[in-house]
Design a protein around this ligand. Structure first.
Ligand code: SF4
Length: 249
């Protein structure tokens, strides 16, 4: 089973900057029967990018497809045979390094493509040695993710970059995340032809749709994203409107 994939239209933008993003897509939230997104909100679960692109193309009358089934299989493996899952992940990362070298690109990794797992908690074995986590096993590589979980134990993990994600009902966490120095990804209900707001929540807005390389973003910004797919119809509060400002709790 192959765990990592490339070819997402947004991450492909990174190749112009010399990076090749490898993403792990698991089944989000409770789709597999296990919750991979402990801080998911009704709005984000409904608008989740899990059904973006080919992942959301279903034959008439069907509610699943091969992409969704593969994500569920990977998630089941993660929960049912962690050692084998981590072995495959290490092997895939090593393969990605070789593949990217051939392409003249720098490989970078996003393990929560459609999940929000705390990867720092899971040991990984590389070359017979057990490391605290996958980041410690590959200190020479860069990993990045979005998360809705505040207080993840990543202090001292210099090769893992997290951007906090705003959603419906996590305004207080957003305020805490900003005060802790996180950039905050925020989905705006504006058209792609419209410019991003200059500021939001008192911070400058950086266009996060120009690439997916969040670890290159300036610090202290709101990472603005245009609403896509199901998010365009969101009424939960997951999608924000630049004129509506957040009040401090
Ligand atoms: S937390 Fe992220 S991956 Fe999980 S359901 Fe929400 S948007 Fe999807």
């Amino acid at each position: 089973m192959k765990l990592l994939s490339t070819g997402n239209p947004k991450t492909l933008k990174g190749t112009g900057q010399g990076y090749n993003t490898y993403i792990l897509h698991l089944a989000p939230y409770t789709l597999s029967g296990k919750n991979t997104c402990p801080k998911a909100t009704p709005g984000c679960a409904a608008a989740c990018l899990n059904t973006a692109g080919r992942g959301g193309m279903f034959k008439k009358g069907e509610t699943t497809n091969t992409i969704q089934q593969a994500r569920i299989r990977k998630t089941n493996l993660f929960y049912n045979d962690r050692a084998e899952f981590m072995r495959l992940l290490v092997a895939d990362i090593e393969l990605a390094v070789k593949q990217s070298k051939r392409l003249g690109l720098k490989p970078v990794f996003r393990l929560n493509g459609t999940s929000d797992l705390s990867w720092e908690k899971y040991p990984a074995v590389r070359d017979g040695f057990t490391y605290n986590n996958i980041f410690a096993a590959f200190t020479e590589l860069t990993f990045y993710d979005y998360t809705k979980i505040l207080g993840r134990n990543i202090a001292g993990i210099s090769n893992y970059h997290l951007t906090f994600s705003a959603a419906d009902g996590n305004d207080n966490d957003v305020i805490s995340a900003i005060s802790q120095g996180y950039n905050v990804a925020t989905v705006f209900g504006i058209k792609k032809t419209e410019p991003m707001p200059e500021t939001y929540n008192g911070r400058p807005v950086f266009n996060g749709d120009d690439s997916d390389l969040r670890f290159l973003d300036p610090k202290g910004v709101i990472v603005g994203l245009y609403a896509k797919g199901k998010a365009k119809k969101d009424t939960s509060g997951f999608v924000k409107f630049p004129t509506i400002m957040l009040k401090a709790a």
